[in-house]
Ligand binder design. Structure first.
Ligand SMILES: *Cc1c(COP(=O)(O)O)cnc(C)c1O
Ligand SMILES: [Zn+2]
Length: 380
């Protein structure tokens, strides 16, 4: 008799972080019992590391992830810094941001569960990723973005042939419209906050990759441009899977939209929505209206690792972006450089040792936002 493998769907159950209910794999965005955030539960693979194919189907993958991590000159952080400074270059993903990792997994799961198409509410990068992966998989995509979305991201969404809605108001408004459109269309919602647990689940590969690139040595800090925080969660999970020690995680935000960093500074456990976001870092301009508990989950991971929540002014983000290009050959959008800007701030504040090992995630490509580059060239 042939031995049946337990189906992957049976293994990847959804676990509610609030009421601890467990549900079989399905398309659900919040706990049906209590509305809590869901996390995918899966046993560690026996005798090997995670692979992309644990999360992403062959039909969907475009070779996302496995991005280059490289050492850059330490004085890119500060002239008095003599430790190790690494950048992990997520701009190399197929549509130019780390969102590809999340969307690839979310779309794989959606198609496996029979969804006829996908909806994604986005500040731009997740929408570009969703449009890209839907095009390749041959399924329709509906993308919802705020009016302020940079033209490069809008151009990508159009190029991949998605149906595109530009909605007045900030990202949280688009988020609501995305929920409505998903309900109307019967498509799966692959919006990349914590509400797509299967997408978030695949981000554990980021932590694993960092650990493996450092031959199992745990860095002192990992800095993450942070919106609601699934990427912080992924880094935390990847390290937690394979290492007893987890680096201090830095949630890097812009002063113009800093719900998590502000709660951190004020010593709070609960994150509040941000009233009126205003920042050039479009990828992290999420006020968390109606889902501040997502920010609180991220904040709990920052606290658990002895990390920091940091808000930096846009001027510092633009100069970090400029320096990454000029001194490390790395072309980033503003959001992607927020990690370096935040670590510069922490160094100035005396919170970083001169010999520490730091990893900055650089999350989005500079070609997505030429307007920000024109602003930077005028200012720096
Ligand atoms: C979405 C995004 C982030 C923030 O990631 P979260 O996991 O939503 O916190 C960071 N950088 C870029 C370029 C993004 O598009
Ligand atoms: Zn629950």
């Amino acid at each position: 008799m042939r031995h049946e493998q337990p189906s992957e769907g049976a293994l990847a159950a959804l676990f509610c972080l609030r009421c601890h209910a467990r549900n079989a794999a399905r398309l659900a965005y919040r706990c049906p019992d209590c509305g809590g955030i869901l996390r995918v539960e899966r046993p560690l693979p026996a005798g090997r590391r995670w692979r992309t194919s644990d999360f992403v189907s062959e039909r969907v993958t475009l070779g996302e992830g496995g991005t280059l991590m490289r050492k850059v000159r330490p004085d890119l952080l500060h002239e008095r810094f003599h430790g190790q400074l690494y950048v992990k270059d997520e701009t190399r993903n197929p549509s130019g941001s780390f969102k590809d990792r999340l969307v690839a997994a979310a779309v794989s799961r959606a198609l496996a569960l029979g969804a006829p198409g996908i909806v994604c509410a986005s500040s731009g990068n997740a929408g570009a990723a969703a449009a890209c992966y839907a095009a390749n998989a041959g399924v329709p995509a509906i993308i919802v973005c705020p009016e302020s979305t940079p033209e490069g991201k809008v151009a990508q969404i159009a190029a991949y042939g998605a149906t595109f809605h530009r909605v007045p108001g900030d990202y949280s408004r688009s988020f609501q419209v995305g929920i409505e459109l998903a309900a109307e269309s019967g498509f799966a919602n692959v919006t990349t906050t914590y509400q797509n647990a299967y997408g978030v689940d695949a981000l554990r590969l980021v932590g694993q990759e960092i650990l493996d690139d450092l031959s199992g040595n745990v860095p002192d800090w990992v800095a993450v441009p942070t919106s609601s925080g699934p990427l912080v969660h992924g880094v935390w999970q990847g390290f937690s899977d394979w290492s007893v020690q987890v680096p201090r995680l830095v949630a890097a935000q812009s002063e113009g939209c800093a719900p998590i960093a502000t709660a951190f500074r004020e010593g709070l456990q609960d994150v509040s929505p941000w009233p009126a976001p205003h920042t050039l870092a479009s990828g992290i301009s999420d006020p968390l209206a109606s889902y501040p508990d997502e920010g609180s989950l991220t904040l709990s991971l920052v606290h658990a690792t002895g990390g920091q929540g940091v808000a930096v002014p846009d001027a510092m983000i633009l100069s970090a972006m400029h320096d990454l290009a000029r001194r490390a050959g790395l072309f980033s959008e503003p959001t992607g450089a927020t990690s370096l800007a935040a670590m510069r701030q922490l160094f100035d504040d005396g919170l970083i040792g001169e010999d520490d090992t730091i990893v900055c995630l650089v999350t989005g490509n500079g070609a997505k936002d030429y307007a920000a580059w024109r602003t930077a060239d005028g200012q720096v």
